[in-house]
Write a protein that binds this ligand. Structure first.
Ligand SMILES: C[S@@+](CC[C@H](N)C(=O)[O-])C[C@H]1O[C@@H](n2cnc3c(N)ncnc32)[C@H](O)[C@@H]1O
Length: 290
C-alpha cells in the first residue's frame, strides 16, 4: 500500500493504538496475576508475551541449522528486531505503509532482511518456495483469509516447517445476538479454523488457551476508551459545536452511521473483558507440516 492509498478502519485502529499508547508492540501482552493491570504496565505485559514467543521459537528451532523465519504482519517491527538480535535470519511481510516506515527505521542496518510491503496473500510465492522454517503470525492471523493461508503456506516452508500463531478466534457464542456481540470484530471462527487445519497439510502440535492471560488488557483498553478518550472527544465536540455550529452539525449528520458504529464499538462499554472472554478465544498454536 502506498501513502496515498486509503487506510482501512482496522489499520487506523492499529496506527492510533501505536501513537496514542506510545507502544512498540501491537499485541495485547500477557497479564499474569502478579502484574497490576495498569497503563504503566502495558510495556511489561508485552515484554512477557514477546519473551514467551521467543522461548517457544528457541525450543522449536533447537535442532534446525540456520533457521529462517517470516514475521507475518510485523507491526512496528519490534518482534522482528528481537528475532534478528537472537541471530535468526528473518524476513517480514506487512501491508501497512504507516507501520512500514517504522519497520524501515529499525531495519536501516539490516540489509539481509527483506520487508515485503504487501499482504501475505500477495507474497511472491514462487520466488519463496521452501524458504522458511517458521511463519510467525503474532496477532496477524485474523487478517488473512483461511484459504490463502492453508493453500499458500505449505509452499513457503521447508520440510518439517511450522506455523506459529498467537491470536484470537471467534467462539461458538459468536453471532448469538447477546450483549456486546458486535463490539469486537476480527478473528476467524475457531471451529472453521480447526476444520481448515484438518483439511490441510498441517497438524496441530500445540494448542494453548491464553484468553484469561490476555483479557485484562481488554479491561484496561475499555477503561481508557470510556474514561479518557470519550470525555476528550465530548470536549472537542462541544468546542466544534460552539465555534462552527452549522458545519459541525452537517458533518456529524453525514457521518452519523459511522459515528454510531464507532460509538457502539468503542465508547459504550460493550468492549468489556467479560464480553471478550465470551466471544473470543485467544490461542497460541503451533502447526507442523506433514
Ligand atoms: C495487531 S497487529 C500485530 C503486529 C505485530 N505482529 C505484533 O505482534 O505486535 C496486526 C498486523 O498485521 C498486519 N496485517 C494486516 N493485514 C495483513 C495481511 N493481509 N497480511 C499480512 N499482515 C497483515 C497489520 O498491518 C499489522 O502490522
Amino acid at each position: 500500500m502506498t501513502d496515498k492509498e486509503h487506510m482501512s478502519s482496522r489499520e487506523l485502529g492499529l496506527v492510533l493504538a501505536q501513537q496514542l499508547l506510545d507502544v512498540e508492540d501491537l499485541h495485547y501482552g500477557l497479564w499474569d496475576a502478579d502484574l497490576e493491570v495498569s497503563l504503566g504496565n502495558v510495556a511489561l505485559a508485552q515484554q512477557r508475551y514477546t519473551a514467551m514467543l521467543l522461548a517457544l521459537l528457541e525450543r522449536l528451532l533447537a535442532g534446525c541449522s540456520e533457521p529462517r523465519l517470516l514475521d507475518v504482519g510485523c507491526g512496528t517491527g519490534h518482534m522482528l528486531q528481537r528475532l534478528l538480535e537472537q541471530g535468526y535470519r528473518v524476513d517480514a511481510v506487512n501491508p501497512s505503509a504507516h507501520l512500514n516506515k517504522l519497520v524501515h527505521e529499525r531495519l536501516a542496518a539490516r540489509p539481509a532482511t527483506t520487508l515485503y510491503e504487501t499482504g501475505f496473500e500477495t507474497l511472491p510465492f514462487k520466488q519463496l518456495q521452501q524458504h522458511y522454517d517458521v511463519l510467525l503470525f503474532s496477532e496477524s492471523f485474523q487478517y488473512i483469509p483461511l484459504p490463502d493461508i492453508f493453500t499458500q503456506a505449505p509452499g513457503l516452508l521447508r520440510p518439517g516447517g511450522r506455523l506459529v500463531i498467537c491470536d484470537f478466534f471467534k467462539t461458538d457464542a459468536h453471532c448469538d445476538g447477546g450483549h456486546g456481540d458486535r463490539s469486537f470484530s476480527g478473528g476467524h471462527v475457531l471451529a472453521d479454523f480447526y476444520r481448515a487445519v484438518d483439511a490441510s497439510a498441517f497438524r496441530i502440535s500445540h494448542d494453548e488457551d491464553l484468553t484469561a492471560r490476555v483479557s485484562p488488557n481488554i479491561a484496561l483498553l475499555d477503561e481508557w476508551l470510556t474514561q479518557r478518550l470519550h470525555p476528550a472527544l465530548l470536549s472537542i465536540d462541544d468546542y466544534l459545536l460552539g465555534a462552527y455550529p452549522r458545519l459541525t452539525r452537517v458533518l456529524k449528520w453525514l457521518a452519523r452511521h459511522k459515528l454510531a458504529r464507532a460509538r457502539y464499538k468503542y465508547l459504550s462499554g460493550h468492549r468489556s473483558q467479560a464480553v471478550f472472554e465470551k466471544y473470543k478465544s485467544y490461542r497460541l498454536l503451533v502447526l507442523e507440516l506433514g
